[in-house]
Design a protein around this ligand. Structure first.
Ligand code: GRG
Length: 294
């Protein structure tokens, strides 16, 4: 089972990366812009979102090739969000995935433009996909706008920035991560389901599933921040509570956050049981996301 999942992840990651890099390579754009876009695309992401698009097609026994453009598009959007999030006017980070951030290498203006380029090209990837009907393209683009725009990730980022100077309630934190993290993961799942022509009722269940998976993903991220920090400098567990950053462990304690993570994963897995098809792969991906170490 573990081997099958590892093989799935490895082989799909390769396909996605091939599709991403060949797409950027073909763009008729200034080389420095393509270099900046490629720099962050190549920087070693896990490719969870594009893998989810393909996993949905796999779940409904459809050809995964029809999802490659949409899978690449969601990774472009994710990469843009990371580049912009790292900018001095946002989180002001020097490192991402252990490498200098985009603006550290290419300068702030080029990093803004690389993000803009990635975001805009994502729509072109979907709009020009020869494998899917115009109706599906419109549905998928509408889902992407909802997930990534003002009502989704961008809105979540604004709420996050707003909350930086106060202590948030669990509901406020939940709003931030539903929008900032869960919506784009959800887009990957719903777009995959649309491409796979999943039944309408399944799509409803998958929206609920995405919410729980997305929040679980974020809680795991917060836990990793603490446990990683502890490994590096030997801080006691839960020491993040002294830090003003609002996280699940800072609001719920580390143990409480772990329990919340388990509750969301259990809920996500129970929703999968309601689908019209067996969802072993999604179930395994859910486990992986909840227990990931990076
Ligand atoms: C700037 C519009 C705008 C949005 C920024 C995505 C985001 C919103 C900020 C990044 C910071 C962050 C911690 C976001 C929460 C989601 C998250 C855990 C992203 C990291 O995703 P992974 O783990 O990244 O899939 P890799 O490196 O594997 O690609």
């Amino acid at each position: 089972m573990k081997m099958e999942l590892d093989d799935f992840l490895k082989s799909r990651k390769e396909k996605i990366e091939e599709s991403l890099f060949s797409y950027i390579e073909k763009l008729k754009a200034p080389e420095v812009l393509k270099d900046a876009m490629n720099y962050s695309l190549e920087a070693g992401g896990k490719r969870i979102r594009p893998i989810l698009v393909l996993a949905l097609l796999h779940t409904y026994s459809k050809q995964e090739e029809i999802g490659l453009a949409t899978a690449s598009a969601v990774e472009l959007v994710h990469t843009y969000s990371l580049i912009h999030d790292d900018l001095p006017c946002m989180d002001d980070d020097d490192l991402r995935r252990g490498k200098p951030t985009n603006h550290k290498v290419f300068g702030e203006a080029m990093a803004v433009l690389a993000g803009d380029g990635l975001l805009t090209q994502s729509f072109s990837l979907i709009a020009n996909d020869p494998h899917i009907s115009s109706e599906k393209k419109l549905n998928i683009i509408t889902e992407l706008v909802h997930a990534a725009g003002a009502e989704g990730m961008v809105g979540g980022q604004v709420a996050d920035m707003d909350g930086e100077t106060k202590v948030l309630s669990l509901e406020e934190l939940q709003y931030i991560h539903e929008h900032k993290t869960a919506k784009l993961l959800g887009f990957a799942i719903i777009a995959g389901a649309i491409l796979a022509e999943a039944p309408v009722q399944d799509i409803k269940y998958l929206r609920e599933f995405s919410y729980h998976l997305g929040i679980a993903f974020q809680i795991r991220d917060d836990i990793l921040d603490i446990e990683g920090e502890q490994d590096l400098i030997g801080k006691p567990v839960g020491s993040d509570q002294g830090n003003e950053k609002n996280t699940y462990p800072s609001i719920l304690t580390l143990q409480g956050a772990k329990e919340k993570l388990t509750a969301h994963v259990d809920e996500a897995k129970s929703i999968l049981n309601k689908l019209s098809v067996p969802a072993t792969l999604l179930n395994n991906l859910c486990e992986l996301i909840a227990n990931r170490n990076n």
